[in-house]
Design a protein around this ligand. Structure first.
Ligand code: AMP
Ligand code: MG
Length: 400
């Protein structure tokens, strides 16, 4: 079974999911419900954008060749209206931002650059370039031109564009259903009272939050005991969803039986170890035409491996053409060092209140430290090949 570097493992996930994803029939949603959904149809311009040449300033529509000079004002045109006549030599029409440019005019002179005469004329001492302050008809898009393609997760500008072309309802990809299966004899439900040697099931809730944010619908299964039959039965249920995420049971312990059960379910494994920390014993594979991840059970490992790998798989299964990892650069407030060999994703705090983001590694007591994970607002990314960073150097961080 291969052990992969972070980059290779991420590429493997993207490649496998793109090669084997299945698309369900699109659903139709109202425009005001379409934000963050994944577009499932091609969107074209229903007319030229803009539909006719418009002024981008308040001022006077003129013939560029007539200025500098004094011009006779023959009327006005405001946004939402149009000027029926045409401008001849020596004439101007007062025009407002967004109004159609009258026939004959080929430039707009800003209102700030003219003086008005007592006789209703205007004078400007500036020359004008043909086309200045005019958005020509069709300069943004031609009627019929493709503006959005399937696979885009709709952001606020896309929503504006849909409204612009008159799309009141839009076809989007159905949200993938993601089964969440926590394993472990020590795990008790959040409503239960854990004994000293037990812990509450936090992973399915962090995963459910991550799944929802990534555009999926979480389906929480009962906790599986570290026991073959129980795990097998719950995994079979989980494989009815579009993606199965298992937490725990993938390390080398005597009761870590997840891989064995998956193998008996006919799984093909693409990797079961990645050179990262936290999250080294990470399993990715496919069976019964469904992808699954076996995420290591320590809360930090579960969170980080979801963000790095499972989120990408989920977004692609949800129809997105790309999945973005939101790395940004931040400047270290103190020295940082680690042992080379593994790419580390460690909780950190980024302070955004200054002129540039400042990065402080978090104090934490290891992968089970949920309070530290909640305090952190990012994971710093320590390259596997580099050991030392000095205060003042920049480092990539994965935003939470
Ligand atoms: P495992 O990957 O099964 O070896 O689990 C590693 C550790 O992660 C366990 O000892 C637990 O402390 C913790 N853990 C496992 N599953 C969960 C869960 N569902 N919620 C919170 N912590 C968990
Ligand atoms: Mg376990």
């Amino acid at each position: 079974m291969p052990t992969l570097t972070f980059d290779r493992a991420r590429a493997c996930v993207i490649e496998r999911v793109l090669a084997h994803r299945l698309f369900a029939a699109p659903e139709s949603v109202a425009l005001e419900c379409a934000a963050a959904r994944v577009l499932a149809e091609e969107i074209r311009a229903d007319r030229d954008l803009p539909a006719l040449s418009r002024s981008v300033r308040d001022g006077f529509a003129v013939r560029a060749q007539d200025v500098p000079g004094t011009l006779r004002v023959i009327g006005e045109v405001r946004a939402g209206d149009r000027f029926e006549g045409a401008i001849a030599a020596g004439e101007a029409v007062e025009i407002m931002t967004g109004a159609p440019v009258p026939r004959g005019a080929d430039a707009v002179v800003m209102v700030e650059h003219v003086t008005r005469g007592a006789d209703g004329s205007v004078t400007t001492d500036r020359a004008a370039n043909p086309g200045q302050f005019i958005s020509p008809q069709g300069c943004e898009a031609r009627a019929g031109e493709t503006l959005l393609s399937p696979g885009k997760r709709l952001g606020f500008a896309d929503i504006a564009l849909l409204a612009t072309v008159g799309k009141n309802t839009v076809a989007v990809c159905p949200k993938p259903r993601v089964a969440l299966l926590a394993t472990g004899d020590e795990i008790v439900p959040v409503t239960g009272t854990p004994r000293e040697h037990q812990i509450r099931n936090s992973n399915v809730y962090s995963l459910a939050a991550q799944v929802t944010r990534a555009g999926g619908v979480p389906v929480i299964l009962p906790v599986a005991h570290d026991e073959y039959e129980d795990t097998m039965g719950l995994m079979e249920r989980g494989l009815e969803a579009d993606l199965l995420l298992i937490s725990g049971g993938v390390s080398a312990g005597k009761y870590d039986i997840v891989e064995r059960v998956l193998a008996d379910l006919g799984a093909e494994f693409f990797f079961d170890r990645v050179l990262i920390q936290p999250g080294q014993p990470l399993v990715f594979g496919r069976t019964r035409e469904k992808f699954f991840f076996g995420l290591p059970g320590n809360p930090a490992s579960t969170m980080v491996t979801f963000e790095l790998f499972a989120r990408g798989a989920l977004e692609l299964l949800g129809g997105q053409s790309q999945s973005v990892l939101p790395f940004v650069l931040a400047r270290l407030t103190r020295d940082f060092h680690h042992k080379t060999g593994l790419t580390r994703f460690l909780p950190a705090t980024v302070d955004w209140n200054g002129t540039e983001p400042q990065l402080t590694p978090a104090g934490w007591s290891g992968s089970g430290d949920v309070p530290a994970l909640a305090r952190a607002n990012a994971f710093l990314v320590a390259d596997a090949d580099r050991a030392e960073w000095k205060a003042g150097e920049v480092m990539p961080v994965l935003l939470k």
